[in-house]
Design a protein around this ligand. Structure first.
Ligand code: GDP
Length: 472
């Protein structure tokens, strides 16, 4: 009705237009943004969304090319459990790969920034693992520039190695491989490289495009060389930021400290954060009362790619929440309150994800080009066969991607990946764990279970053709 009024056409015309898209709507129904655009287009209007969502209402202007400078890469370490993530992060944190800083960094604040001997910088996210990485991404935060995938040379490419690779790839984050534990007697780095080649990740030494470095995280052997390769990868990304603007970035972690109040570790991604700034982070805001770096030194400002601890927020935002600096406190309070109200109304619901039933309609509207799937199954052979057939369903209009496939029950990490990549999860002869089911309900991720390959293929095919009969 509102849309009809704005366009000065009859409500019934708008309803009819929706019907032609296969949508049966009532007069006071809220239309989603895409539908609104298509309907308006039909009447010769273009929809412009003016701060449609207060969550996004904060000015995010583009930086002029002459204002930006290179910034340090932000790196996450991922890999199978016990392959050496923590050891690598600890080694880098505490040793003289880092210039001048006697004693290294002793505290864990969720991220740290190191300076190499030649003055270049790297920022590490200190919560290793792809779960943390994808959890942040599921909240809309794309923080990592480069992923180090660590594989122990005395072991094999393990399920979580593959999972980590898939999570990095789904995020479009370039990978550098670290083949660890080369000091161990049974270590066989070549076997790992062969395993990677079998997964279609050919490392440079083997004529491929992936950088890889044999290391010992325990002894520090070749860690400097690994960082060199990370920086090379970073150079190709041409990472840039403008330090002369108000800061924006992401919350890495936060907590309530008895003596100091709310403490948040934030990563500045653009601009410079100053003591005294008014920060809005998720549903909370406040003046930056004090700032500290990862060495627990008090600082006055923090620039792009620098992690800081700040005191002064009136609550603990979630990891992955974005932060902004605003001009005045009133504005920050209004937005924070509005966000709180919205999240209460929506019962903390974040975002609705694609479901199989919805695909036909989205295709009809014409803005659906990629169908992301996660395939879990009981045996490797059937997963491969099913994935291949699903990918072959791709048409000129819609690309079907299997962003992750693995043997095993549907896990929380699968659901997180689905949330972050807007994917549908397919279980073949396997079921979701209880936690996965709960998370899927909360995040509204569509899980489809099959026991016959043909049924799975047929149902996805029908959905893509818009033929799926709605579930009642
Ligand atoms: P994470 O689970 O991936 O964080 O792995 P950790 O860093 O906790 O390492 C698991 C175990 O492997 C620990 O006992 C480490 O001491 C050991 N480890 C890690 N890196 C190396 C290495 O380069 N050489 C040897 N010999 N042991 C290592």
């Amino acid at each position: 009705s509102e849309l009809a009024t704005m366009m000065d056409v009859g409500v019934n015309q708008v309803i009819a237009s929706c019907m032609s898209l296969g949508l049966f709507v009532s007069i006071n129904q809220r239309l989603d943004a895409e539908t609104m655009s298509v309907v308006a287009d039909e009447f010769g209007y273009k929809v412009e969304f003016v701060s449609a969502d207060i969550l996004e209402a904060i000015e995010e202007h583009e930086d002029l090319p002459d204002k930006v400078h290179p910034r340090a890469p932000i790196v996450t370490v991922m890999g199978h459990v016990d392959h050496g993530k923590t050891s690598l992060l600890d080694y880098v944190r505490s040793t003289n790969v880092i210039a001048g800083e006697a004693g290294g960094i002793t505290q864990h604040i969720g991220a740290y920034h190191v300076t190499l001997e030649d003055g270049r910088h790297i920022t590490f996210l200190d919560t290793p693992g792809h779960e943390a990485f994808t959890a942040m991404r599921a909240r809309g935060a794309q923080v990592t520039d480069i992923a180090i995938i660590i594989v122990a040379a005395d072991d094999d490419i393990m399920p979580q190695t593959k999972e980590a690779i898939n999570h990095a790839q789904a995020a479009g984050v370039p990978i550098v491989f670290a083949i660890n534990k080369i000091d161990k007697p049974g270590a066989n780095p070549e076997k790992i490289k062969e395993g990677l080649a079998n997964l279609n990740f050919l490392v440079e030494e083997w004529g491929g495009k992936y950088q890889s470095q044999d290391i010992s995280a325990k002894n520090g052997t070749n860690v400097a060389e690994l960082l060199e390769k990370v920086l090379l990868e970073a150079e190709m990304l041409e990472l840039q930021a403008n330090k002369d603007r108000r800061a924006t970035g992401t919350i890495v972690e936060s907590s309530l400290d008895r003596g100091r109040g709310y403490v948040a570790t934030m990563l500045v991604q653009n601009g410079t954060l100053h003591q005294g700034d008014i920060v809005l982070a998720g549903q909370y805001y406040g003046h930056v009362k004090a700032m500290f770096n990862e060495r627990n030194q008090r600082i006055q400002e923090a620039g792009p790619s620098e992690p800081v601890i700040i005191l002064g927020l009136d609550g603990a935002p979630q990891a992955g929440d974005k932060f902004n600096v605003l001009e005045n406190e009133r504005e920050a309070r209004v937005i924070a309150n509005k966000r709180e109200q919205l999240s209460r109304e929506q019962g903390l619901r974040t975002q609705k994800h694609i479901t199989l039933d919805e695909i036909g309609r989205r295709i009809a509207i014409g803005n659906f080009q990629e169908l992301n799937l996660i395939v879990k199954g009981d045996v490797d052979g059937s997963i491969e066969a099913l994935s291949d057939s699903l990918i072959k369903l791709s048409t000129e209009e819609i690309q079907v991607n299997v962003i992750h496939k693995a043997v095993g029950a549907i896990s929380e990490s699968d659901i997180m990946l689905a949330t972050a990549s807007d994917a549908i999860v397919i279980g073949f002869q396997v079921r979701p764990s209880l936690q996965a089911r709960r998370l899927a309900e909360k995040e509204e991720v569509d899980i489809r279970l099959y026991s016959i390959i043909y049924d799975a293929i047929n149902e996805i095919k029908s959905a893509m053709e818009g033929m799926l009969s709605p579930e009642i």
